[in-house]
Design a protein around this ligand. Sequence first.
Ligand code: HEC
Length: 145
Amino acid sequence: MIKRPLATAALILAATAAFAHQGVQNPAVKARTHSMMGLDKDLKLMISMAKGDIPMDATAAQSAARRIQAGTPDIAPLFEAPETDPKSEALPSIWDEYDTFTALARDLDQAAAKAAPTIQDRPSLAQAITNIGGACRACHKRYRE
Ligand code: HEC
């Protein structure tokens, strides 16, 4: 039962291993990739705990999920202007479908809000990662190269 969510967690980790932000010149693009890196740091902390790389600490994992939720309202305003950069991975369709983009940001907000209080042990943490990571992926699949 634990195996599948943990496998998913490992996949999410692998999928977010490469960062494009190095070499970005446009400060607006830097600001949004910086914000993404903040979300990523907390999700990775949760994944490390779920995998047993660091000790399980339900309070710390819940805090990480709450920080992800707290960072989510920044996404829409940071991406509002159609700023670009040669190193950006943002797809131009964001600005044709900005309502859908912001709806996906709200989905992450809700997923993190719902998941945070459920985290008690490694299996419930793995489930929270699957739910939160799924909301990250839903947006990346559509709007990130
Ligand atoms: C509503 C859409 C959306 C959501 C939700 C979202 N992202 Fe992103 N993310 C993007 C876009 C678009 C980019 C590409 C930005 C660019 O390169 O200009 C990106 C880029 C990134 C990057 C690469 C940053 C860099 O330095 O290049 C990471 C890491 C990342 N996201 C992690 C996450 C994590 C973790 C979550 C969930 C907790 C998440 N994202 C949720 C849209 C989203």
